[in-house]
Design a protein around this ligand. Structure first.
Ligand code: 13P
Length: 252
């Protein structure tokens, strides 16, 4: 049985003091989610990770939005796994479409990062998803299949089941134009099919989230689909009330 997961990706929002305020406000709702068998987490920017980790309910996952695949060295502006671990972070989002677009993060680079994280007993959240053009040309499946195969290259089934996947169609991110639950399920069940081809029965243990304009009002629709195990949420994860609404929506 795959556990439901709600992850808030704060992107480049909230200063450390704002992030801390959210952390302090979230204590009860994290208990509520966990009591109802939902795992929850937030992904602040690097400079807010320590403040959030120190002030949030310890049952809440705190994830970074990126990590470098090298141990240390001359990589100006980058953050290593050891640095994250020292502030208590063990989840990292990788391959978000914004990082793919603005920071040249490719699937093969994500593959190196996934391997480095798994070697450090950390949990990668690997994002995939197609542009509007690819969607309209009917090439979504081909596109995400490549992203999944490249991201998971060389991973054993034992490793693969520790990775969380987030399917986020780029045209649905921050646009208010969410994918229908049928479209999301169609692609996510396809992704599970690719995983089945690669890993057999282990595919049933890998969690796949939907992301793209998820709100308290529509999260229940996605959760009603058999292959969708949770949500990666941007805008609607930023305020405690809305985050609580997402948790409640997931329980409907
Ligand atoms: P929105 O929920 O703001 O559409 O963002 C989705 C996303 O990119 C989460 O990673």
């Amino acid at each position: 049985m795959r556990k439901k997961l709600l992850l808030g990706n704060w992107k480049m929002n909230k200063t450390p003091s704002e992030a801390k305020a959210f952390a302090l406000a979230a204590s009860e709702m994290v208990d509520y989610a966990v009591a109802h068998n939902i795992e929850v987490g937030v992904a602040p920017t690097f400079v807010s990770l320590a403040a959030v980790k120190e002030n949030i309910n310890p049952k809440c996952i705190v994830a970074a939005q990126n990590v470098n695949e090298h141990d240390h060295g001359a990589f100006t502006g980058e953050v290593s796994i050891a640095m994250l671990k020292e502030v208590g972070i063990d989840w990292v989002i990788l391959g978000h479409s914004e990082r793919r677009e603005y920071n040249g993060e490719t699937s093969p680079v994500c593959n190196l990062k996934i391997k480095a994280l798994l070697a450090a007993d950390m949990t990668p959240v690997y994002c995939c998803g197609e542009s509007l053009d690819t969607f309209e040309k009917g090439q979504t499946k081909e596109w995400v299949s490549k992203q999944i195969r490249e991201g998971f290259a060389g991973l054993s089934a034992e490793d693969a089941k520790k990775v969380v996947i987030a399917y986020e169609p780029i045209w649905a991110i921050g646009t208010g134009k969410s994918a229908s639950k049928e479209t999301a399920e169609d692609t996510i069940s396809f992704i599970r099919g690719v995983l089945r081809e690669l890993y057999g029965e282990t595919a049933e243990e890998i969690r796949i989230l939907y992301g793209g304009s998820v709100k308290p009002a529509n999260v229940a629709e996605y959760m009603s689909e058999p292959d969708i195990d949770g949500a990666l949420v941007g805008g609607a994860s930023l305020e405690p009330d809305s985050f609580k609404g997402l948790i409640e929506g997931m329980l409907k």
